[in-house]
Ligand binder design. Structure first.
Ligand code: FAD
Length: 287
């Protein structure tokens, strides 16, 4: 099923994100975790992709496994450092695997990549264009309610996003955010700038305080004081932090639904217990 068709149905839904095993790690526990998440029958499941493409086969294999479970897969695809030929090969693999949905990303510049090498895909808009020309895919892309870290000029970031959308995106998924008012004002700015495609807000249930501090720093995501207080209080107690993180994410999602958002993407990070707890908290709301 194409994800834009799902989103345009305007039904309340959750999607979950998983990541493939890193090279030289045990594949089996991850496969089991992903199967358990798929068994919860989210509306769709996205599978991340390593920047530089090192792990691309795993992304396709996991997406195929998700489809076998009867869940719509969304395969991420990054383009930094790739050639046009590489991308055509990746798209052919996806097409052969019967995958209809691709999240087109530039990817973060690997640390060892010289900054003057831009390659054939300096930004994701070129990838979106090539996927559109290749044909047959529903195309998603990333957006950043607090602006992307590399572009601190919000207006410029928005006009870069508009160019990407006009290259052929069918929907957008946001970076995580912890203050829903940031998301609402971002959505107003998108609509004001003529960006009308569906936007799926991305919510991260925080279960590890150290990890979140680091990823917020890297992604430029701010922590509202209400959330910071929770991390300060429970961050050293993993079980309490997990419970508080699930409760906070649940509240965020309920507020999003209450404000007319119909689809929310959960950064479930291969944690079936977290996905199950949130689904249980929302059981009546998602009926
Ligand atoms: P772009 O849209 O290309 O934007 C990158 C930066 O360049 C922005 O600052 C933008 O303003 C600027 N820019 C865009 N176009 C131009 C232009 N023409 N001229 C000048 N500046 C321009 N990373 C992975 O490696 N694997 C994943 O699976 C993955 N999944 C993700 C899923 C989501 C929902 C999100 C939000 C991010 C994900 N990322 C992933 C991270 C992403 O790859 C990084 O945030 C990356 O730095 C930017 O990717 P992008 O596709 O948003 O880039």
């Amino acid at each position: 099923m194409r994800i834009d068709t799902l989103l345009n149905a305007n039904k309340r839904m959750l999607s979950f994100e998983v990541f493939p095993p890193k090279p030289n790690t045990d594949v089996e526990p991850i496969r089991q975790a992903i199967d358990s998440i798929a068994d919860m029958k989210p509306s769709f499941m996205s599978v991340t992709y390593g920047a530089g493409g090192g792990n691309s086969k795993n992304t396709v294999e996991i997406a195929k496994g998700i489809a076998r479970k009867g869940v719509t897969p969304l395969a991420h695809l990054t383009c930094i450092g790739a050639t046009k030929d590489d991308i055509r090969k990746r798209l052919s693999e996806l097409r052969e695997a019967g995958i209809e949905n691709v999240l087109a990303l530039r990817g973060d510049r690997p640390k060892d990549m010289p900054s003057d090498i831009e390659g054939e895909y300096p930004y994701a808009d070129a990838l979106v264009r090539d996927i559109r020309d290749f044909g047959g895919f529903c195309i998603g892309a990333a957006c950043y309610p607090e602006g992307h870290v590399e572009c601190r000029d919000r207006a410029q970031d928005l006009s870069n996003l508009k160019r990407k959308v006009e290259s052929g995106c069918d929907f957008l998924t946001t970076q995580m955010f912890f203050d829903n008012s940031v998301l609402y004002s971002f959505l107003y700015r998108l609509r004001d700038n003529g960006i009308q495609i569906p936007v799926v807000p991305g919510v991260m249930p925080v279960t590890n305080s150290r990890q979140i501090a680091r990823s917020c720093e890297l992604s430029g995501t701010s922590l509202p004081s209400r959330f910071r207080m929770i991390v300060d209080k429970f961050g050293d107690d993993p079980a309490a932090m997990k419970q508080a993180g699930i409760a906070y994410a649940t509240e965020q999602i309920i507020d999003l639904f209450a404000n007319g958002i119909s689809a929310v993407h959960l950064y479930t990070m291969n944690k079936p217990d977290v996905a199950a707890a949130i689904l249980s908290n929302l059981s009546e709301i998602l009926k």
